[in-house]
Design a protein around this ligand. Structure first.
Ligand SMILES: [Zn+2]
Length: 762
């Protein structure tokens, strides 16, 4: 074989193998069978609990939730624990909305030998949404807690106490966690929290969030977790997003802790697909592996006193191998990398291996290649959506689509980047081009060091090794990869970049989906900046061979995907339809915000639906664009509002109203609007602070069993009327006399709701 070809193959082989090892980091452990030793966690045993929990939707306040609660209580009793129910009203404000309700947490405490001044809190929510059986969200974690309890009891008694908290009302606004943190006497005993969640139905359970000052927690986590998958860069990114779980509430209450979730399969999130059948047993095993190994570890520490040390940097390097160090090292590492950068740069400039003009061209070329790669990915995404508009939902949410298309986009991006360098490589020497990439990497290292310290490792470590590579590159003949030896040396110094970047590109893709393909594949292009010498050596052999092979593979993948992937029972699409009755006008509509064209929707929308907002016709909150058609009126009524008292003292008007549902609704809401300033209020005596500007609508959500009425107090500045739009929600079809509905086909996951709204001016 020709030397050039052998050299190219060596480069490709090492890089592909590294990319594989990078992706392999994001993996769940193997499932342990039913007959695994008693002190170990078995997903098969835990799944038996999930089968009981996730038979049907069991949202807060429903009969089905009561059944799950009874199951938990009986299982805890079987385990010999004195389980209790914390029943409470709960209210909290998040992003300007009041979430409130009546919840029932299930709590049990496993005693340790130390006498128990501090305890480990294991938490997961046992409620589901109304539209999903909730096997993964959060039945898997609930089942894992019961299996973990069993495994703990089979081993030697721990030193520390363990509190098992099955929260209620998480989906209704973290209400159970809120009630526990604020009111339960055991909340002050909690030394640390382990919280478990899901936002999909498969994939590894990812330790995605910690409390702040996580030094101690991360130290112990790194020691104890059997199969750690965690990343401080993603945690820093997660903090920028408005996502909340029960841990948000625990953290606000000053408790420290770790948060775990698996997140592949967005189409299952709050959908019928979130069933025991789809729930990945490996994900369940991963939840349990953390739960048991960490509880055993923290439970045997002499103290759970969290010294609140500085945050850590942590990331996987190989499957279940975690690197973890204090952020105190971030600045010194950046300083070392900067010194090395200056040394290599100045050496190169002095010897004339690189020069300022050439480096500038390399820098510009790299920026351009990153921009074009991201732009093409974005354009290709738009094109795919145009060509397959009926698959829009699946392209974003369905993991079967996601995995295939992601490969297509990755190969396409590599091809585009390579093609850019077919052109850019003529601008200047390879050493200068690599220098340009290095300069941008160094600038990015500085930026993340100060802005996103948890992500500093992603730039600092690859840069460190690539700087050494660059040094050798400049010393080699012509400053290029010319021999097999050059190829091996250069490729080995690029291994850290690929090993660390590939899993991050994948995880960011999971987090933001292909909708942000432009951003994700620009990130991949940034990594490829450190592979410019390798790329050019591939282009030297036969200029177009490599990029064409990549484009060809991408096209084959897109073609196969286009012809084989379609909506089916196994890969359903999604639609949501509701019946909305305005009790003031006694007019009703069927409406949908789904773009889906399907005969099933036609029974509601007729042939020629109207289009527009429903804020005037139905309720002021419904400002999206809907397709809707007139619907027959049903007898059911909105919750009845009764003014209990309305008094003004000084600068504060206190309005107290009572709301009573007139049908079996567990969810209702009050959209309130006034020209006066709103200061605060209370729900069933649980007060909340609000800061709503004059004239802005704000929402009070309430979730409880239908027999629990809501007593709402609002404190507002006097002098202006307040408009309250009261509406409730039930799930299913409206019972219109003489009308029957065709059920949605299995190819559509459908949310069907009935909402009735009434306006009060007070
Ligand atoms: Zn959840």
């Amino acid at each position: 074989m020709n030397n050039n070809i052998i050299r190219s193959l060596v480069v490709l082989l090492i890089l592909s193998l590294t990319a594989f090892l990078g992706l392999n980091q994001i993996a769940a452990p193997n499932v342990l069978p039913k007959d695994a030793p008693a002190d170990q966690f078995s997903a098969e045993r835990a799944a038996l609990h999930v089968e009981q929990i996730a038979k049907e939707p069991h949202s807060t306040g429903t009969v089905e939730a009561a059944k799950v609660r009874d199951y938990l209580l009986s299982e805890l009793k079987k385990a010999g624990l004195d389980a209790q129910v914390q029943e409470a009203d709960s209210a909290r404000v998040s992003h300007g909305t009041v979430y409130s309700g009546h919840i029932q947490n299930v709590i049990a405490r496993l005693k340790g030998t130390a006498g128990g001044d501090k305890a480990i809190l294991i938490a997961a929510h046992y409620d589901s949404v109304q539209t999903a059986p909730g096997a993964s969200d959060d039945g898997a974690a609930v089942g894992a807690m019961l299996e973990t309890l069993r495994a703990l009891q089979a081993g030697p008694q721990l030193k520390q106490d363990v509190i098992f908290l099955f929260t209620d009302g998480e989906e209704a606004g973290l209400l159970g966690a809120n009630a526990f943190a604020k009111e339960h006497p055991w909340a002050k005993d909690v030394g640390m929290v382990l919280n478990f969640e899901a936002r999909g139905y498969k994939g590894p359970s990812f330790m995605f969030e910690t409390s702040d000052s996580n030094g101690w927690l991360m130290n112990e986590f790194a020691k104890a977790a059997e199969h750690p998958v965690a990343n401080s860069m993603l945690y820093d990114m997660y903090k920028l997003l408005p996502n909340d779980t029960d841990l948000t509430v625990f953290k606000q209450a000053g408790l420290g802790g770790l948060n775990f979730a698996y997140a592949i399969g967005l189409n299952a999130y709050h959908n019928t697909l979130d069933s025991v059948e789809t729930m990945d047993r490996e994900s369940l095993q991963h939840h349990g592996s953390y739960m048991l190994s960490l509880t055993n570890h923290f439970g045997n520490l002499d103290s759970l006193e969290n010294p609140k040390e500085q945050n850590h940097v942590y990331f996987n390097v190989f499957k279940h191998v975690l690197v973890d160090y204090s952020q105190a090292w971030v600045l010194p590492l950046t300083a070392v990398v900067t010194l090395l950068f200056l040394f290599v740069l100045i050496t190169g400039l002095r010897r004339g291996d690189v020069w300022v003009g050439g480096l500038f061209k390399g820098f510009l070329g790299f920026l351009l290649a990153v921009g074009v790669t991201g732009g093409v990915a974005m354009g290709a995404w738009t094109l795919v959506n145009m060509l397959q508009s009926d698959l829009a939902y699946n392209l974003v949410n369905d993991p079967d689509f996601f995995s295939v298309y992601s490969w297509g986009f990755a190969l396409l991006s590599i091809a585009v980047f390579a093609m850019m360098y077919v052109w850019i490589r003529r601008w200047t020497t390879t050493s200068n081009l690599m220098g340009g990439s290095i300069i941008l990497f160094w600038l990015l290292t500085l930026a993340v060091t100060f802005l996103l310290p948890g992500g500093s490792y992603l730039f600092a470590w690859p840069l460190f090794f690539s700087l050494i590579g660059w040094y050798f590159l400049m010393k080699s003949r012509d400053g290029e990869i010319k021999t097999l030896q050059d190829a091996v040396i250069q490729t080995l110094f690029a291994v850290p970049a690929v090993l660390l970047f590939v899993p991050i590109v994948y995880l960011v893709l999971v987090l933001v989906t292909l909708e942000l393909a432009g951003v994700v594949f620009a990130l991949l292009a940034i990594m490829m900046g450190l592979l410019v010498p390798h790329l050019i050596s591939l282009l030297e052999v036969r200029t177009w061979r490599f990029p064409i092979a990549m484009v060809g593979s991408a096209l084959v993948i897109f073609l196969i995907a286009g012809f084989t992937l379609d909506i089916s029972d196994k890969n359903p699409t999604f639609a949501s339809v509701f019946y909305g009755k305005n009790q003031d006008t006694n007019k009703a509509v069927y409406a949908t915000a789904s773009p889906l064209d399907d005969p099933w929707l036609e029974q509601f929308l007729s042939d020629d639906p109207e289009k527009g907002k429903l804020s005037d016709i139905f309720n002021p909150l419904f400002t999206r664009d809907y397709r809707y058609a007139e619907a027959p009126e049903i007898k059911d009524e909105a919750p009845k509002l009764e003014v209990v008292s309305d008094t003004t003292q000084g600068d504060v008007r206190t309005l107290k109203v009572k709301l009573e549902p007139q049908r079996k609704a567990t969810e209702y809401a009050v959209a309130a609007k006034t020209e006066a300033k709103v200061i605060g209020g209370s729900v069933n005596g649980k007060s909340f602070q609000l800061d709503v500007a004059e004239g802005k609508t704000f929402l009070v959500n309430y979730t409880a069993a239908p027999e629990k009425p809501l007593e709402l107090t609002l404190q507002i500045q006097p002098g202006s009327k307040i408009t309250l739009n009261v509406f409730d929600t039930t799930y299913g079809y409206p019972s219109v006399q003489g009308k029957s509905y065709t059920e949605n086909p299995k190819t559509i996951m459908a949310t069907k709701r009935v909402m009735i709204s009434k306006k009060y001016e007070l």
